[in-house]
Design a protein around this ligand. Structure first.
Ligand SMILES: NC(=O)c1ccc[n+]([C@@H]2O[C@H](COP(=O)([O-])OP(=O)(O)OC[C@H]3O[C@@H](n4cnc5c(N)ncnc54)[C@H](OP(=O)(O)O)[C@@H]3O)[C@@H](O)[C@H]2O)c1
Length: 397
């Protein structure tokens, strides 16, 4: 039986890599639904190649365009639009596996819908966990969904954990796990003089030295907010205290993360920096399939280096540690403010260094609520923080 797959965000960097892996194994996988925000051209091409049952595009007028184009090609794919349609194709009874690859808070509701329907979820959309960690993990456990991390660091940790510590199981130091070592490349500005950061352009910020990714995560990597969000993601995914997750700068991006054990062993997962490896691992787990990624040439790599992160250079990382310690809605506020600030930076409204300032000011100006056990409270904290972040931008930047 072929696995039936919905890819939320199929037109993005993760979505395209997932389709590349799937196209190598058409005997194992079939596409149930593909979704995009507004990229009609790419979604049309993907529909022609993969012939999904459903294509969802958020914008209604774009959906009409897509429907006409597919109809004129004689394709029978059903075109839907809007947020509710994303949730429908993530939870449909005919779906086995949902790849959560929408960027940002927009991915939260469809990913939660997949959890609520007990799906096998390949999670790339870290923002969903950052916003709703407890609610999301409770829903996964309650509905017996299967959560498989796609983020390369979390997938590496997942691969280095002992047998039996599969997803949804809190580690809590059993099986000898002492620490998770989350590796980070340090991004394009790891060594540049601090005073030059003020003048960084969006083009420079999205030019990551090792990984080819979407714009938002590329900027997050340059500020190291991405590593902070991953810290929060690891905290919820693996159920380990934040003090036992350490960020390690590793400029070569060959080791994707490590697990340290109480007998002195440190297990690492290595590979070329290509998201098709963790995607293939999560798709096929517990089996392994070919991903299209070239084997690692360890001699060409030569040396592997490690450094401690510089929190003065990367204030966003400090803000993430602080937000998770504050608890309650702090990580929701941090995530929302970051999305607003990154969009403002990409539109040349604020300087690169103002991203962290906007996030910090929004955290200071927001009321942090402790009870975030309902979806309503999460969404209202998110909305309020976006307004405050916009005000910070207008006031000071
Ligand atoms: N790229 C990586 O290597 C990587 C690695 C690890 C984790 N991740 C995580 O994976 C997620 C996706 O990253 P990415 O780099 O693939 O992003 P991306 O290239 O920007 O793609 C984002 C996808 O989400 C869709 N989308 C954007 N806004 C939406 C909205 N409001 N409603 C519905 N769909 C929307 C986009 O559609 P359009 O194309 O129509 O805009 C696109 O399909 C992020 O959470 C990121 O942190 C990415």
């Amino acid at each position: 039986m072929k696995q039936s797959i919905t890819i939320l965000g199929s037109t993005g960097s993760i979505g395209v890599s997932t389709l590349d892996v799937i196209s190598r194994h058409s005997e194992k996988y079939k596409i149930f639904a593909l979704t995009a925000n507004n990229n009609v051209d790419l979604l049309e091409q993907q529909c022609i190649q993969y012939q999904p049952l459903f294509a969802v595009i958020v914008d209604e007028s774009k959906a009409e365009q897509l429907e006409q184009r597919l109809f004129s090609r004689g394709l029978s794919t059903n075109v839907l639009y809007g947020q509710a349609a994303l949730e429908e194709v993530a939870s449909d009874i005919a779906v086995d596996c949902v790849v959560a690859a929408i960027v940002g808070a927009a991915g939260l509701l469809p990913t939660l819908a997949a959890a609520g329907a007990g799906k096998r979820i390949l999670l790339a959309n870290k923002e969903a966990l950052v916003m709703s960690g407890q609610l999301f993990m409770d829903s996964v456990a309650h509905h017996q969904a299967k959560l498989l991390p796609v983020d390369s660091e979390h997938n590496a940790i997942f691969q280095c954990l002992p047998d039996g510590c599969d997803n949804n199981i809190l580690l809590k130091h059993d099986k000898g796990v002492q620490k998770l070592l989350l590796t980070a490349s340090g991004g394009p500005f790891r060594t540049c003089p601090l005073e030059t950061l003020e003048k960084v352009t969006p083009e420079q910020a999205i030019a990551h030295p090792n990984w080819n990714m979407g714009k938002k995560i590329s900027v997050d990597s340059a500020t190291m907010m991405n590593k902070g969000l991953e810290l929060i993601e690891a905290y919820w995914l693996f159920g380990i205290e934040i003090e036992n997750i350490e960020v390690v700068i590793h400029p070569q991006s060959i080791i994707h993360s490590m697990v340290s054990y109480n007998d002195g062993s440190v297990l690492a997962q290595l590979g070329n920096p290509d998201m098709r490896t963790p995607i293939a691992n999560a798709l096929a787990w517990p089996d392994r399939i070919e991903s299209g990624v070239a084997p690692l040439d360890i001699f060409a790599v030569g040396k592997l280096e490690f450094e401690q992160p510089d929190l003065a250079r990367f204030p966003c990382l400090r803000l993430c540690y602080e937000a998770i310690k504050t608890g309650g809605s702090a990580t929701i506020v941090l995530n929302a403010a970051n999305e607003i600030a990154v969009a403002a930076f990409l539109n040349s409204r604020i300087a690169f260094t103002s991203i962290a300032k906007v996030v910090e000011e929004t955290l200071v100006d927001s009321t942090i609520i402790t009870d975030i056990s309902s979806l309503d409270s999460i969404l209202s904290a998110d909305r309020a923080a976006r307004i405050i972040a916009e005000e910070c931008i207008l006031k000071h930047h």
